[in-house]
Design a protein around this ligand. Structure first.
Ligand SMILES: *Cc1c(COP(=O)(O)O)cnc(C)c1O
Length: 427
């Protein structure tokens, strides 16, 4: 079939491009082959609506054991009372959390998109679907964080029912403790969306939201965590029933049993390698930021040591803006995204001031501080056109060719496998 060949060739070309590129999108990561194996199993053909031990269809005996493992490992890794492992994505988890914690027309406070908040925290997406009125936290641009004092005066007046924390552009821990105290005072709840930093929390390299006072945590499992594209919800026991009901029958019917099994593998990898990985990720981000700054990039968060997460943000408005810079970097096979910064108006989405960089994926491939310095130099040369594009693309390929093996897994293996190779590989 011509069409099938065309499709296969597109997948091959895509894989080849990534094999020769430096991937720096902060929301992505690579999974190990043991995780990927689960995707192609028979589990991907089945349904298991309901809970472990209480399914609506027959044939779920083994699925129950898999889901039990997923719940047990999640509770163990995050030291929480309750875990729901069924949401099929971060946005779906957020919709469920809003259903569990709010009623239509309630007010919530969340971080605006330019300040780093996720679209699903806003009226255009999940919060809007729940019919919530969204107020934005006042933001301290220098601290790249919520302004707690100003938030307090707004909250005492407006009495929001829910405080949403956690961001898509997140350089520093957020004031969970202070917001949780404020929430207590006015009878509100705290939801922390840990989609970006879940792997760092698992590796104990970032703030643990529930230990600091959050009631419920939602998170994608594929950004700094090692999993397939899905999500989890963590909470205190008192929210367990509301959360479970909001997930099923609320927002999932099929909960994608093949990637659920893949998540179990990812959790086992995190348990074993999470600490070492998460700490290396944070060290790499810091080194990359420092070298970028030395070279002349306007890196965000200078006074605070640039970053305490997997991310680095730079204001590139003097270099042509985020769109132009991201495109120039793509020409030399460096893949990242343009990003709004707190001082941008939302209408600047097409060419915002910033770029956002994540080092979690290159760290999974074994890169360390030394490579971060090389990377910063290639980026500076590309953005300022100090070397020819072909020369820089060659430098990227050379650097990447030394790092194409998946680390932090039980059996290291080549990262870029075409589908047929992956299926036959005997690992
Ligand atoms: C990525 C992200 C999400 C969405 O997760 P999906 O799995 O893509 O649906 C939600 N919240 C935050 C903060 C994110 O960064």
């Amino acid at each position: 079939m011509d069409e099938l060949n065309i499709l296969l060739n597109q997948i091959k070309a895509h894989t080849e491009f990534y094999k020769n590129s430096i991937p720096l999108i902060a929301s992505e990561n690579l999974t190990s082959l043991s995780v990927r194996r689960c995707y192609v199993s028979d589990l991907g053909h089945r349904y298991a609506e309901g809970k472990v031990g209480g399914r609506f269809y027959q044939g779920c005996e083994f699925v129950d054991e898999i889901e039990k493992m997923a719940i047990k490992l999640t509770k163990e890794i995050f030291e929480v009372e309750h875990a729901n492992v069924q949401p099929i994505s971060g946005v779906v988890a957020n919709i469920a959390a809003f259903f569990a914690l709010t009623k239509p027309n309630d007010k919530i406070m969340s971080i605006s998109v330019p300040c780093g908040g996720h679209i699903s925290h806003d009226k255009y997406s999940a919060a809007g679907i729940r019919g919530l009125e969204v107020l934005h936290y006042p933001f301290d641009n220098d601290a790249m964080n919520i302004d707690v004092d100003k938030t307090r005066s707004i909250a005492l007046k407006e009495k929001p029912k829910l405080f949403v924390l956690g961001s898509s552009l997140i350089l520093f821990p957020q004031p969970v403790k202070e917001i949780a105290e404020l929430a207590e005072e006015i009878g509100a709840n705290v939801l922390y969306d840990a989609s970006h930093v879940l792997g760092l929390i698992a590796g104990k390299a970032f703030q643990h939201p529930i230990k600091e006072g959050a009631d419920v945590v939602t998170a994608s499992t594929h950004k700094t965590f090692f999993g397939p594209q899905r999500a989890i919800i963590l909470c205190k026991n008192e929210f367990a029933q509301a959360v479970d009901k909001a997930v099923f029958p609320g927002v999932v019917s099929n909960h994608h049993l093949n990637t659920l099994a893949g998540y179990v593998v990812a959790a086992l990898e995190m348990k074993e390698f999470g600490k070492e990985y998460a700490n290396q990720v944070v060290r790499n981000a810091k080194k990359l930021a420092e070298r970028m700054y030395e070279l002349g990039f306007n890196v965000v968060g200078e006074d605070l040591g640039f970053t305490k997460s997997h991310q680095v943000a730079a204001d590139v408005s003097k270099l042509g803006g985020g769109a132009k810079v991201a495109k120039k970097l793509e020409e030399v096979n460096i893949v990242l995204n343009k990003n709004l910064l707190p001082w941008d108006d939302v209408s600047k989405t097409s060419n915002p001031s910033g770029i956002r960089i994540g080092v979690q994926e290159v760290t999974k491939l074994g890169m360390k501080e030394e490579e971060m310095k090389i990377l910063a130099e290639i980026m500076w040369n590309a953005v300022n056109e100090l070397k020819e594009v072909s020369k820089l693309r060659e430098e990227v390929r050379e650097l990447k060719s030394r790092f194409d093996v998946i680390k932090y897994t039980f059996e290291e293996h080549p990262a870029y496998l075409f589908p047929e190779v992956a299926l036959n590989a005997n690992l």
